[in-house]
Design a protein around this ligand. Structure first.
Ligand code: SF4
Length: 345
């Protein structure tokens, strides 16, 4: 079980949880977007400010207060802070770290549609995220050109209709749950009306960063869908899972949604056997199964998070000795051009 209730954390959390209830859209709109305000709210010394501004110029800061409340004030090594605070090293140019590390541009038959693997396609549902994760492999992705309009969705449905071997649609982004429920409902209804589509998968970080996103409006269109519903959460550290996240997961399970988690192995965040074991145990508390542990995709600006494959395999070998088999995530790398993720262990 994690210990996350330092006095500092409690101070910020108390402000938030005694505040009048705000719906998820207000929380999204009220996310911290100013790097200097982020430093101030978290009690960081002035030395962090120049790096925060330099990193923000490359990829904007965005942190909702509900996530901020889980960060220990005054601790620049906090594993959640490291995921969201821009630093000077993001400006380093490092060989092999590029803007499109997965070469997704080569697998887009239509704007907003990525078709890399035989039976499934990925839809860039929204270019927005509730949080901007500094290691994101899509931090340079041209969302403006690739978020499907209603008209583009017609073309995507036509593409799927002509390829009945595709049985799974993945809503991704950005974060698909940053879209309105009305838009998501219309999209999900049209996609799942195709006989060939038997699974709808949603890749999202929103239930973790703003658990109030899992409200009656979302569950109102998601629960009745007559396909297998899978949600792949993105949680990298046990400290991200508080009681609000656990309650959101419960609401999703009650709506018939299978919950899985994928993490990214990040230097300074979760690169120890103890941190990874705690994460799996805490996922169990939320009844979410660990699915993938990704090594970092080599995206420009994130090289300081990188861990070699050799180190990653050594960590997972040790982790296996501590966890039940079903709590072990699969260590994988995504290699452009491969027909599936590549297991490393
Ligand atoms: S797409 Fe996912 S990993 Fe990337 S910034 Fe958004 S929430 Fe974070």
């Amino acid at each position: 079980m994690i210990t996350r209730s330092t006095p500092q954390v409690q101070a910020i959390a108390t402000d938030i949880h005694t505040a009048p209830h705000r719906d998820w859209k207000s929380q999204l709109a009220g996310a911290v977007r100013d790097p200097l305000e982020l430093c101030r709210l978290l009690g960081l010394s002035d030395e962090w400010q120049a790096g925060a501004l330099a990193g923000d110029a490359l990829f904007k800061v965005r942190v909702p207060h509900a996530y901020l409340s889980r960060i220990e004030r005054g601790n620049p090594d906090d594993p959640l802070l490291r995921q969201v605070l821009p630093i000077q090293r993001e400006t380093d140019s490092v060989a092999g770290f590029v803007s499109d590390p997965l070469e997704e541009a080569d697998h887009q038959p239509l704007p907003g549609l990525i078709h890399k693997y035989g039976n499934r396609v990925l839809l860039i549902t929204s270019g927005a995220c509730a949080i901007n994760c500094r290691y994101c492999f899509r931090r340079h992705y041209p969302y403006a050109d690739n978020t499907p309009s209603q008209h583009a969705l017609d073309d995507i449905l036509h593409y799927l209709n002509e390829r009945p071997h595709i049985n799974e649609v993945i809503l991704s982004g950005g974060d698909p749950l940053a879209s309105s429920d009305k838009r998501l409902e219309q999209m999900a209804e049209r996609l799942t009306a195709l006989d060939s589509i038997t699974r709808l998968r949603i890749h999202t970080r929103l239930p973790v960063v703003i658990p109030d996103r899992i409200d009656e409006h979302l569950l109102g269109w998601l629960a009745p869908l007559n396909v297998h519903k899978v949600m792949v959460l993105h949680i990298n550290h046990a400290q991200e899972i508080d009681d609000h996240v656990i309650a959101a997961c419960q609401r999703l399970r009650e709506a018939g949604v299978m919950l899985l988690n994928q993490s990214v192995l990040l230097r300074g965040v979760n690169d120890s056997v103890a941190a990874l074991a705690r994460l799996s145990e805490r996922l169990m508390d939320a009844q979410v199964l660990p699915y993938y542990l990704h090594v970092l995709d080599p995206v420009a600006g994130a090289a300081h998070f990188d861990i070699s494959d050799r180190e990653a395999v050594a960590l997972v070998e040790q982790l296996r000795k501590q966890l039940s088999g079903f709590l072990m995530p699969r260590l994988v790398r995504e290699i452009p051009g491969e027909v599936s993720k590549t297991p490393l262990y």
